[in-house]
Write a protein that binds this ligand. Structure first.
Ligand SMILES: Nc1nc2c(ncn2[C@@H]2O[C@H](COP(=O)(O)OP(=O)(O)OP(=O)(O)O)[C@@H](O)[C@H]2O)c(=O)[nH]1
Ligand SMILES: [Mg+2]
Length: 316
């Protein structure tokens, strides 16, 4: 818990864009949901929605970070200040942060107008997606726009984070059966813009045609499919334009819908978190007893849960 004076000072420093304050604020967001709530209130962001929130997702190693770095460079030329969150699914082994992301984006290191941070999951309630939303709020309040979140699109949670953005960019690369994998994971559905990176590989055009064909079999509009060689900056300008076009007045409706969905989801998640926190307080011993009962084979998990849900939990 942060003391009120500290909170106010921290919020002010974040709004000024002070890098150390930002780092500290994001650490609060990462570790302490209640502290994050206080901090966001002090920041006065009330859920944000000033910055364009861009989610970049896709299979491992397709060039997401390289593309994000190239996009950031393109936005810098337009005078934008860019916030980047590299979201790592919780890894108890690596301890979370994908330091490699920061290193790969090293060309932008030292530019105060590009802020890059890896984000690992906070445990228990809320989890990764709440932390990612709150972190984006912090960067938004600090005046970064766009705020880009990179997730590896392998698990449902990571895909959900990308889907929650105003604009979701799905990055694929030719080969490796990515196309089929992407469809299996429901990845294609989340794309507002589809980028085929590593277009320098010779099977790139064939891959793009296969993707186009896959979309033609589906209902609904086909997202733009753009080819890039992110490592050389080729095609990145077109991706930047396609992202920015999502905020054009004639196209804004989709983003508005997305923001409503996000707000709905966040409210629900925060209610769940608060209720769970209150509800479990003081029930630790009974939970331990029920857990012992389950491991001893005396009752099933479902039966134990039913006792709790119906208010009939008991000390065994
Ligand atoms: N040939 C080729 N290589 C590329 C291209 N873009 C990126 N790479 C390389 O692909 C490798 C992976 O790039 P990253 O940007 O780290 O990929 P990523 O998708 O962020 O990877 P993870 O975050 O680990 O999932 C690096 O060695 C890049 O230099 C490209 O357009 N063509
Ligand atoms: Mg990456």
């Amino acid at each position: 818990m942060l003391e009120a004076g500290t909170l106010k000072a921290l919020a002010e420093a974040v709004r000024r864009g002070d890098a150390r304050a930002l780092a500290r604020a994001l650490t609060v967001v990462e570790n302490d949901p209640a502290g994050a709530a206080d901090l966001l209130r002090a920041l006065g962001t009330a859920g944000g929605a000033r910055a364009h929130r861009v989610g970049v997702t896709g299979p491992p190693g397709v060039g997401k970070s390289t593309l994000v770095a190239a996009l950031a460079a393109a936005w810098r030329l337009l005078g934008k200040r860019i916030g980047i969150l590299a979201v790592d699914p919780t890894s108890p082994f690596s301890g979370g942060a994908l330091l490699g992301d920061r290193i790969r984006m090293g060309a932008l290191a030292g530019d105060a107008n590009v802020f890059i941070r890896s984000l690992a999951s906070r445990g228990a309630y809320g989890g990764l997606s709440a932390a990612a939303d709150d972190a984006a709020d912090v960067l938004d309040a600090a005046g970064f726009d766009p705020v880009v979140t990179e997730t590896v699109g392998v698990g449902q949670a990571e895909i959900e984070i990308a889907r929650a953005a105003d604009t979701t960019v799905l990055v694929l690369a030719p080969g490796q059966g990515d196309e089929i994998q992407a469809m299996k994971a429901g990845l294609l559905e989340v794309a507002d813009i589809l980028v085929v990176n590593q277009a320098d590989r010779r099977d790139a055009d064939r891959f793009v045609h296969a993707l186009e064909a896959a979309f033609d079999l589906r209902a609904g509009p086909r997202p733009p499919i753009l080819e890039t060689i992110a490592s050389k900056g080729e095609g990145v300008g077109e991706v930047r334009e396609a992202i920015d076009a999502r905020l054009r007045p004639d196209a804004q409706e989709a983003v508005g819908t997305r923001r409503l969905e996000r707000a709905r989801r966040r409210i629900r998640a925060e209610v769940d978190r608060r209720r769970a926190e209150t509800w479990w307080a003081g029930r630790g011993d009974v939970l331990d007893a029920a857990a012992l009962g389950v491991t001893a084979g005396e009752l099933t998990v479902a039966d134990a849960a039913a006792e709790f849900a119906e208010g009939k939990e008991r000390d065994r």
